[in-house]
Design a protein around this ligand. Structure first.
Ligand code: NAD
Length: 475
């Protein structure tokens, strides 16, 4: 079995404790992963604190930090096939998705590399003739970055990129489910030439995450994961009073009006819910469709869902692979069964196939008469689409906002003025109109309510990793 290592203070170590990582396509162990103990976490935080103050890092100019990030971006791009293969093997995410996403990951590092020397302070025109007052933007300190399994390279790039550009140091905890791509990425950090301790990468279960986020040496917690874990983290941060940014779940509405281009809406909806086997925080998991086109939309979606090629994630022709864990598959099957028991109508899918691997088929449920069914209200993080119909724009908005989440949303219509009204009315951090899932390093990404707070991407994300120092000088 392949053995992976932690990266702490510039050293690769297999650790005192270890666990087996399972291949989601077979359910069989394929690699040994190190499991961070509280002592490992403490060493990593201590190394990051030393590095934060070291001349080798704190003494670098902003453009020198940018050059290190540019080098890292190039190394990520060059290692794309290996990183994609490892992510596919360890998480079950299909190779065509992991390959495409890694190109993006390199772009995010490039974007923040270019921003490193554009994080500026200010001079204040104070009303005192004998005083000069400046604001200095300084790095906040050591960042605890925690990611879930579904897109670890991407979700860590949106934390590491801005944090390193700002001059912070980082302890990154990969998810215990599928950590291989991030542990391999540590080799690229090393090769890029970051001083020891600037980036530390570990993995382990919830206890390791809790030891990290409650550590006194942490100044900022950048977390992506579920709302329940976020609550633990926020409670824990009462000890170190670290800042938090939280990217949590979603139950995103995908709204189709009768005047929409139904070809484009259907394709976007299929990708919007079934990509990554539904394990995506922005999954368009609630289709809200205007009554007049409901039957047509359902027929189109059923045909597409049943034609999807389900198979081994490492094959380029596969369109839907396994879920990451057996636990995830059980959760999804249970929510679908409960929804059907409550009266939701199963249009397609619904039952896990026999055999190895954590497969679950694309599933569609008509929940027009069961608005409180689990498939409508709970984030399932799986390939399950609930459908509800509406008559008017007001009703569409009411359904769209009937959720404690507020991450993403989609609106399909040819009526531009309606698109504007919907854009204003939807409570979500992202509104995609006549498109879905578009992302860019330049565009902020995040939500509110149970979807968390803080934004990743864009210039503001780099400022989040800084603190302002006000300097008064009597002349
Ligand atoms: P999770 O919250 O269970 O775990 C996420 C990470 O937190 C893991 O690394 C885990 O080990 C760690 N963790 C668990 N308990 C902890 C604790 N007490 N203290 C510190 N760390 C702890 O999430 P998951 O089930 O692995 O991931 C799925 C969730 O992530 C979904 O809700 C999904 O929507 C969300 N997500 C959000 C985004 C976004 O950008 N908004 C992106 C992807 C996934």
């Amino acid at each position: 079995m392949q053995q992976f290592a932690h990266y702490i203070d510039g050293v690769f170590e297999t650790g005192s404790a270890q666990f087996d990582s399972l291949d989601p396509a077979t359910g069989k162990p394929w690699a040994r992963m190190p499991a961070a103990t509280p002592a490992d976490v403490s060493r990593a935080v201590a190394a990051a604190n030393r590095a934060f103050r070291s001349p080798a890092w704190a003494g670098l100019t902003a453009s020198a930090r940018g050059r290190l990030l540019f080098r890292l971006a190039d190394l990520v791009a060059a290692a794309a096939p290996r990183l994609a293969e490892l992510e596919t093997r360890d998480t079950g995410k299909i190779i065509r998705e992991t390959s495409a996403q890694i190109a993006y990951v390199a772009e995010y590092y490039r974007y923040y590399a270019g921003l490193a020397d554009k994080i500026e302070g200010a001079h204040l025109p104070i009303d005192k003739p004998d005083m000069e007052v400046w604001l200095r933007r300084e790095p906040i300190g050591v960042v605890a970055a925690i990611v879930p399994w579904n897109s670890q390279l991407f979700l860590s790039a949106v934390k590491l990129g801005p944090a390193l550009a700002a001059g912070c140091t980082v302890v990154l905890k990969a998810s215990e489910d599928g950590p291989a791509p991030l542990l391999e990425f540590a080799r690229l950090v090393d090769e890029a030439g970051f001083p020891p301790g600037v980036v530390n990468i570990i993995t382990g279960v919830a206890e390791a995450g809790a030891a990290l986020t409650t550590h006194a040496g942490i100044a900022h917690i950048a977390f992506t994961g579920g709302p329940e874990t976020a609550r633990h983290i926020v409670r824990g941060s009462a000890e170190n009073l670290a800042r938090t940014s939280l990217e949590l779940g979603g139950k995103s509405p995908f709204i189709v009006f009768a005047d929409a281009d139904l070809d484009s809406a259907t394709n976007a909806q299929v990708a919007g819910i079934f990509a990554a086997t539904g394990q995506s925080c922005v999954a368009g998991s609630r289709l809200l469709v205007q009554e007049d086109v409901k039957d047509e939309m359902l027929a189109r979606l059923k045909a597409k869902a049943e034609a999807v090629r389900i198979g081994a994630p490492e094959h380029m022709e596969t369109e839907v692979g396994p879920l990451c864990t057996a636990r995830q598959r059980e959760r999804i099957a249970d929510a679908v069964a409960r929804s059907v028991a409550e009266g939701a109508k199963l249009i397609t899918g619904g039952a896990a196939p026999q055999g190895d691997g954590y497969y679950f088929p694309p599933t569609i449920l008509d929940c027009s008469d069961t608005p409180d069914a689990p498939c409508v209200t709970e984030e399932l993080f799986g390939p399950v689409l609930s459908v509800q119909s509406f008559a008017t724009e007001a009703e569409a908005l009411e359904h769209a906002n009937a959720t404690p989440y507020g991450l993403a949303s989609g609106v399909f219509t040819r009526d531009l003025t309606r698109a504007h009204r919907m854009m204003r009315g939807i409570r979500a951090g992202i509104v995609w109109v006549n498109t879905y899932r578009a992302v860019s390093p330049i565009a902020p990404f995040g939500g509110h309510g149970l979807s968390g707070h803080g934004r990743e991407g864009g210039l503001a994300a780099a400022l989040d990793y800084t603190t302002v120092k006000t300097v008064w000088l009597r002349t």
